[in-house]
Ligand binder design. Structure first.
Ligand code: ATP
Length: 306
C-alpha cells in the first residue's frame, strides 16, 4: 500500500507539470506504469545545496526529434532572486520549468544548481529542494486540513493552520461547513481556482523549499483574489530563488529579471523598465495588456476556435 501511495503523492503535487488532463484515478495509475523519462545514474549523489543559484547554460531541448523547443537558452537566477518567464503560448516557458525539475533531461548544454549539474544528482534529492505552485492544483478526496498537510506530511495541525493564514485561506476555511474537516476534492466541496491556488501556496509554505517554481494561473481571477494571492506569494517567495511563468505582466513588474521567450530563444531580457524602454516585444505585450479589460488579460494569443 505504501509503495502504491508514494508515487501518487508525488504525482499530485506536480500534476500540472505533467501537463495532461487526467480526470480520474484510473488514468493516474496508467501514468505511473509508464516508463520514467529520466533515470538516475547508478552512482548519483545528493545535491549539495548552498545558496540556490540556478544556471541554464546553452540548454537545447526537444520533445520529439527534429522539433527544437529550446535552443541555446542561457540565464542565471541569482540566490534569492526572482526571474520571470514571459512570451507567447508555446514559446517554451513551462518547458524550462519542467527541465529545472528534471522531468526531462536536456539534450544540449546543462542546468546547474549551485554549480552542480542537475542531471548528475539523485532526482529525489533535487526535488526535495524545489517547491512547485502549479497552475491547476489537484485536491485529493480528503478534508482540507490533510490537503494542505500534504506539503509536509509531518506538519502539526497548528503548522497547517499557520500556513493557511499565510496563504490567506484560513478565514475561507473557517467559513466552510466543517471548517478544516470539510471534505474537498471530486467527492467533496469544490473550491474555486483561486482557492485551490491558495491551497497550493499553503502546501508550499509547509514544504518551505529553497527554490520555488511558480506557474501562474492563466485563468483571470477577480482583482481582489489576485491581490491576495500576489501578497501571499510575495511572502513565500521572499529570499527564495524563484522562477515564475507569468501570464499577467502586472504581477512581475518587480522581478529581478524578465526573460522574453520567443521560438525557443530568449528574445529580450532585463527588468520591467529596461524592457519597456527597449520598445520591443515586451513593450508591445505590455501595451496590449494595458488596453485589454482586466478579465481578458493574458500575455498569450489564445488559439482561435475553428
Ligand atoms: P503556454 O503558455 O501555452 O503553457 P509555454 O510557453 O509554456 O506555453 P511549453 O508548454 O513549454 O510552452 O511548450 C513549448 C512547445 O512544446 C509547444 O509547441 C508544445 O506544443 C510543445 N510541447 C509541450 N509539451 C510537450 C510534450 N509533452 N510532447 C511534445 N511536445 C510538447
Amino acid at each position: 500500500i505504501i509503495q502504491l501511495y508514494t508515487p501518487l503523492n508525488w504525482f499530485g503535487t506536480y500534476y500540472r507539470m505533467i501537463q495532461s488532463a487526467f480526470v480520474d484515478m484510473e488514468s493516474m495509475f496508467d501514468l505511473l506504469t509508464e516508463e520514467k523519462e529520466v533515470k538516475d545514474d547508478v552512482n548519483a549523489g545528493d545535491l549539495s545545496f548552498t545558496e540556490g543559484r540556478v544556471d541554464f547554460q546553452n540548454v537545447c531541448f526537444s520533445y520529439t526529434a527534429g522539433k527544437e523547443i529550446l535552443s541555446e537558452v542561457s540565464f542565471t537566477v541569482m540566490p534569492g532572486q526572482t526571474v520571470a518567464l514571459v512570451g507567447p503560448s508555446g514559446s517554451g516557458k513551462s518547458t524550462i520549468v519542467r527541465l529545472l525539475f528534471r522531468f526531462y533531461d536536456v539534450q544540449g548544454g546543462c542546468i546547474l544548481i549551485d554549480g552542480q549539474d542537475i542531471s548528475k544528482v539523485r532526482q529525489n534529492s533535487l526535488r526535495s529542494y524545489i517547491g512547485v505552485v502549479p497552475q491547476d492544483t489537484v485536491l485529493f478526496n480528503d478534508n482540507i486540513r490533510e490537503n494542505i498537510r500534504y506539503g509536509r506530511i509531518s506538519a502539526s495541525d497548528q503548522e497547517v493552520e499557520e500556513a493557511a493564514v499565510a496563504a490567506d485561506i484560513h478565514h475561507k476555511i473557517l467559513s466552510l461547513p466543517d471548517g478544516y474537516a470539510t471534505e474537498v476534492g471530486e467527492r467533496g466541496l469544490k473550491l474555486s481556482g483561486g482557492e485551490k491556488q491558495r491551497v497550493a501556496i499553503a502546501r508550499t509554505i509547509l514544504k518551505s523549499p529553497r527554490i520555488i517554481l511558480l506557474d501562474e494561473a492563466t485563468s483571470a481571477l477577480d482583482s481582489q483574489t489576485e491581490r491576495n494571492i500576489q501578497a501571499s506569494l510575495a511572502k513565500v517567495c521572499a529570499n527564495h530563488t524563484t522562477l515564475v511563468v507569468a501570464h499577467r505582466l502586472s504581477t512581475i513588474i518587480c522581478s529581478n529579471q524578465i526573460l522574453v521567450l520567443q521560438d525557443g530563444q530568449i528574445a529580450e531580457r532585463g527588468r520591467h523598465e529596461e524592457l519597456l524602454a527597449m520598445g520591443g516585444l515586451y513593450a508591445a505585450m505590455w501595451l496590449k495588456q494595458q488596453q485589454t479589460p482586466e478579465s481578458e488579460v493574458s500575455t498569450e494569443e489564445q488559439p482561435q476556435e475553428p
